[in-house]
Design a binder for this molecule. Sequence first.
Ligand SMILES: [Zn+2]
Length: 350
Amino acid sequence: MTHTNAPTDLQWQAVQSRSAAHDGQFYYGVRSTGIFCRPSCPSRRPKRENVAIFPSLEDAAAAGFRACRRCTPAHISAAQQAVAHAQHLLDTAEPTPSLVGLAAAVGLSPFHLQRVFKAATGVSLKQYAIAQRAARTKAHLQAGASVTAALYDGGHASPRTLYDPATDQLGMSPGQYRAGGEGQTITFAVTQSVLGPLLVAATQRGLVAVRFGEVSTLEAELRTEYPKATLKQDEAALAPYVDALATHLVGARPELALPLEPAGTAFQQRVWAALKTIPYGQTRSYAQVAQIIGQPQAVRAVAQACAANPVGLVVPCHRVLRSSGALGGYRWGTDRKRALLDREAAGPVA
Ligand SMILES: [Zn+2]
C-alpha cells in the first residue's frame, strides 16, 4: 500500500461524518483490520493513518481488503432505492404516510431512512412532505375546492400543519454563515464541461459554488464573493464533485446527491431547498415554488432567489419557468437553461 491511497481532506471528512452522499463515490479500507467500507458505514471510525481510499469495489478487493459485513459496500444501491421508493410514496400516497409507515414500506429503520433521505435529497422527509402537500393543495385550489377542503384533501391532518415551519435547511444556517467567508477555507477547481467552463468550490462541509463562466473570470468572481476566505485551487480534492457533475451533465446520473453549504439568507435557503424537491425532468413555475415555501405572494422574491443561486445544477434553478411556460431567466444564460431542460426531457442515459 502506498501513500497515494491516503484520503483527501474531503474524503476524510466524508468518512468522519459517515456521509451517505459519498456512498458510491469511493470506498475506504482500514489497514489495521483488512476490511473495506463505504463512507456511511456505521462502524467505529478508523484512524486516518490507517485509511486507504479506493475508487471502486474492485480496487479495494484487488488490494486484499474484504467487504465489511455491516455496511455491505457491494449493495450500495439499497439505500438509494429506499430513498426513491420513499419519494414515490410521499408523492402519491393518500394520506401522507407516517415516518414509521414509510420506513416499514421501504425496509429501513426510521432513523436510517431519515439519514439517507436527507443525504440524498438535501431536505428532510418532513420538508419534502410539506412541499408535496403544498403542491397538492394548490392543485386542489385551482380545481375550485374551498381552502379548508383543499387543506384536508392535500393530506394535512389539520389546516395548521401547512404552516409548520421547516426547521432544518440546506447546508449551514444563516447565523453560522460568516460574511465574506472569514475563517473559512474554500477549495476550488475550474473544469471544462459540456456546457463550457465550470467552477466548482467547496468547504469541508459541502459545495458553496457550482457556476458556469469564463476561465479568465471565474476565480476572480469567487474571490469577490468570499474576500476573507482562504481559497485553494485543488483539482484532485474536488474530483469527486467534478466527476459527479460531469456525469450528471451527460444525463447518466439524474440525482445529484452532493452535500451543500451555499451562503444565503434564510429566505433564499428555503427557496433553494424547495428547488431540490423538483424531480429530474420536471419543471415548476415561480408561482408554484412560492406556494411550496408557503408564501404565495412572494413570486418575485422567489425569482430573485433563483437568480442568486450559487450552486447551479445541484440546486436545480433551471427547472423553474414562468407560469406561461416561457423559459424565464437563468443566471448562466438561457441557452444553457434550454440545453439542460432538453437533456432532462430526453430522459436519463442508462
Ligand atoms: Zn463497513
